[in-house]
Design a protein around this ligand. Structure first.
Ligand SMILES: [Zn+2]
Length: 275
């Protein structure tokens, strides 16, 4: 993509993010990597809803300014993603309310509840909290960037990335839409997860269609452990992600293990039975 097109599309996607309520005030930031590895990025302290093409900053892959505009203070997050993922050409960071609610509640978006999301996005893990604009944040994200296409950042927001700015934006939109549906389903008594054989079929379809490649098998979602899908790298992302116990969650020593989400679901169901 040439610089002129990148500038035009960043302004357009910024307007969309603002109109859809994914950002308010000067929240969020966007960037595109040009063919020569220069980065066109949104400027600091500017509403994404009213940027102009000439307001954008240009840097190199280390963040060194190449024009007289100052890039967002969160550019380091974008640069980390570009360095780890040569396939990524654009990054969208925002604070969409439903996705951010998951991040505030300490929850990943990683339940197998929507077939299309397994096909096109996969799991969205939660990176631990790190102070924005510091190494803390990028270090928390680092182990998760390789095999995921979107991340939540605890007590902060979300970031999505892709082969071009529209794919990055679409992934952000899917993340937010999924979070919204997950929250609404709880009001209706909780979501029902797809069974492991249905998940396996979806993973086969997404690889055959080229939506996601084998790297996504290494994502940090508990439900992948319940399928026969193996991670080609041998180890799934998120070292703290433990295999779930067999169906029912009962281990051989008679103890029960539940994820935080499963526990919340059980408590919600129990409260509904009582009332
Ligand atoms: Zn932010």
């Amino acid at each position: 993509m040439d610089e002129k097109t990148a500038r035009r599309e960043i302004v357009r996607v910024g307007e969309l993010m603002y109109q859809r309520g994914y950002v308010v005030s000067s929240d969020g930031n966007l960037s595109v990597r040009l063919e020569d590895n220069r980065i066109v990025a949104t400027p600091t302290q500017t509403s994404k809803g009213r940027m102009t093409e000439d307001s954008l900053a240009v840097t190199d892959l280390e963040g060194k300014p190449l024009n007289d505009r100052r890039a967002s203070s969160e550019l380091a997050m974008h640069l980390l993603i570009y360095r780890q993922r040569p396939d990524v050409r654009a990054v969208c960071h925002a604070h969409p309310p439903h996705g951010s609610a998951f991040a505030v509640a300490g929850l990943a978006i990683d339940q197998p509840i929507l077939s299309e999301v397994i096909l096109t996005l996969g799991c969205v893990p939660l990176a631990e909290y790190g102070t924005p604009s510091t190494d803390e944040l990028t270090e928390a994200m680092r182990p998760l960037v390789k095999n995921h296409n979107a991340l939540l950042m605890a007590n902060h927001g979300a970031v999505a990335y892709g082969a071009d700015i529209w794919q990055a934006f679409d992934r952000l939109e899917t993340l937010e839409h999924t979070a919204r549906i997950a929250i609404l389903s709880r009001a209706l008594g909780g979501s029902r997860s797809l069974p492991p054989d249905a998940i396996e079929k979806l993973i086969n379809v997404r690889e055959a269609a080229g939506y996601l490649d084998e790297r996504a098998r290494c994502q940090a979602c508990g439900y992948l452990h319940e399928t026969r899908i193996t991670c080609p790298a041998g180890e799934r992302d998120g070292a703290t992600q433990k295999p779930r116990a067999a169906a029912g969650g009962t281990q051989s020593n008679g103890r029960i293990s539940l994820t935080r989400e499963e526990l919340i679901e059980l408590l919600v169901q129990a409260a509904q039975l009582k009332s």
